[in-house]
Design a protein around this ligand. Structure first.
Ligand code: AMP
Ligand code: MG
Length: 493
């Protein structure tokens, strides 16, 4: 035991110095606490009371460097919208250190919005309140939805204005991650022909995230396969909740398989395969339906960065990497089908499932159906006890289009061995009632900017139990009314 606020052990800071820069956070002038995530603090074996104390606030706002912390900004590069950028790095974030959580897992503790670093380029290293609270809401909602993600431990206001298009309140988010190593971290050293750093980085992530790869015949290849499998599962989970990441650059894709970067992300209301919300995604590169292909492309960049660690000649290494990467579509397809089967209440596999699923999605799209509510209401039908439950067909412009699909689905369910009551329970755990709908997030952020944290806290509370009915909060499950629809999201960095 230790009497420090965090029991830091900093394995990344022990790697070769060129992987990062040592930087101290900028102290916030007059910080105050906005939110502490107590359940997460406890999971991290931290004392929530102490975190919420003046001492905790000073650590979370850069005033005090906690004992044992060795703050570093991590170096990375990346492809942004397909364009190579050789130097990115933590420009407004600092890794304070790593802690071991209740389950023995190593977790990064990072401040985001804590001032300039050698990687800041033209940026100020600061973060406005809106994006900080947005990341808090959405990352915690993702965690509650069972999706691997970075977490949000705390949000503090700095008392310092941040100048963007308008003058905004400055804030700092404390982000928690399995690690912050990205595909772009590997690309940074590949681009510099720094095989020694690349190798140290690979050893680090293998030990940390994929220990079984260490004893594989070719550890770097086993690493590639493992990351590919995690990303296939992750993107399939995104697709299953109508999540659009919005900025799937290679620096925003983790090696651990956690979702990272909640800048312009959004959840769909009405189902559209080509839905885009991000104001900067002009070509729709990161549209909902493109996410699997983009993940594949990004993993191709990862494979390339690993080439120096593969055996044989350059040509044989490329062949090996290519053959591995070519398996992604199949891996993703399986993950996606498994995810959709769970959503539709199938406990076994039938040949016709893919067709049935595709037919539902095209009927939803042709009929402007709400993605989340369609699946949630299907869960009610899964037990065949149609009472006064809201009807699925009402979500479709032409309810008859849904009914004719539903007959096929009911016939499929009759072939399935799962008992109706069990199916209904399983479907309710696969199909959330509540998601962070854009209009609710926007409303909560607007109120927070005006000094009222009530809507933010309410949204966080409801989204912590996304699969529970919560009848008193039913209005938060509804799609936006016509005037409430959010058509665009902004990074707001
Ligand atoms: P993102 O769009 O959040 O993935 O960030 C891309 C790059 O821009 C990263 O290297 C960030 O660290 C950097 N960056 C974003 N916002 C800022 C800022 N306000 N100050 C300095 N660097 C920033
Ligand atoms: Mg990023």
């Amino acid at each position: 035991m230790t009497d420090e606020i965090f029991a830091f052990d900093n394995s990344y800071a022990r790697l070769p110095e060129r992987l990062f820069a040592r930087v101290s956070p900028a102290p916030a002038p007059t910080p105050h606490l906005l939110q502490i995530n107590r359940p997460l603090a406890e999971q991290l074996a931290l004392d929530p009371e102490r975190l919420a104390s003046r001492e905790g606030l000073e650590v979370l706002s850069g005033i005090r460097i906690a004992t044992g912390s060795e703050p570093i900004a991590m170096a990375y590069a990346g492809h942004q919208f397909g364009n190579w950028v050789p130097q990115l790095g933590d420009g407004r974030a600092l890794l304070l250190g790593e802690v071991i959580d209740r389950d023995g897992r190593r977790r990064d503790i990072q401040l985001k919005g804590s001032g300039r670093t050698p990687f800041s380029r033209m940026g100020d290293g600061k973060a406005p309140l809106g994006p900080v609270l947005r990341e808090f809401i959405v990352s915690e909602a993702m965690a509650a939805l069972g999706i691997p993600t970075t977490r949000s431990l705390a949000a503090v206001a700095t008392g310092e204005p941040v100048v963007r298009e308008t003058i905004q309140t400055g804030a700092v988010l404390t982000r928690v991650a399995a690690s912050h190593v990205r595909i772009g971290t590997f690309q940074y050293f590949y681009d510099r022909n720094d095989v020694e750093a690349l190798s140290a980085l690979a050893d680090h992530v293998i030990e940390r995230h994929y220990p079984e790869a260490a004893t594989a015949e070719v550890p770097a290849l086993a690493l590639l396969e493992a990351v590919m499998a995690r990303q296939a599962d992750l993107v399939a989970l995104w697709m299953g909740i109508g999540f659009i990441h919005g900025v799937m650059n290679t620096d925003n894709m983790t090696i651990s398989g956690e979702t990272i970067d909640y800048g312009p992300c959004a959840f769909m209301d009405t189902f559209r395969k080509d839905q885009v919300f991000s104001s900067i995604d002009l070509g729709g590169r990161y549209a909902y339906g493109n996410q699997p292909q983009v993940a594949h492309w990004n993993l191709g960049q990862f494979a390339q960065a690993l080439l120096p660690l593969l055996p044989g000649t350059k040509t044989s290494a490329v062949e090996l990497a290519q053959a591995t990467i070519d398996r992604f579509p199949d891996l993703f397809g399986k993950a996606w089908l498994g995810m959709m089967r769970r959503k539709l209440g199938f406990s076994n596999a039938a040949e016709s499932d893919a067709d049935l699923i595709t037919a539902l999605l095209s009927t939803m799209e042709a009929n402007d159906a709400d993605f989340t509510l369609t699946f949630r209401r299907l869960s009610n039908l899964g037990a065949l006890n149609i009472g006064d439950e809201p009807q699925v067909g009402d979500l479709f412009k032409d309810p008859a289009a849904f009914e004719s699909w539903s007959e096929r689905w009911q016939a499929r369910l009759e072939e399935d061995p799962m008992a109706p009551a069990e199916r209904q329970a399983a479907m309710r755990l696969a199909n959330p009632m509540f998601i962070p709908r854009n209009h609710l997030v926007e409303d909560a952020l607007k109120a927070a900017e005006e000094g009222d944290l009530g809507p933010f806290e309410r949204l966080c509370r409801v989204l912590a139990r996304p699969f529970d009915e919560q009848p008193d909060e039913a209005e938060l499950a509804l799609p936006p009314r016509p005037g409430q629809t959010v058509v665009q999201t902004f990074c707001g960095t």
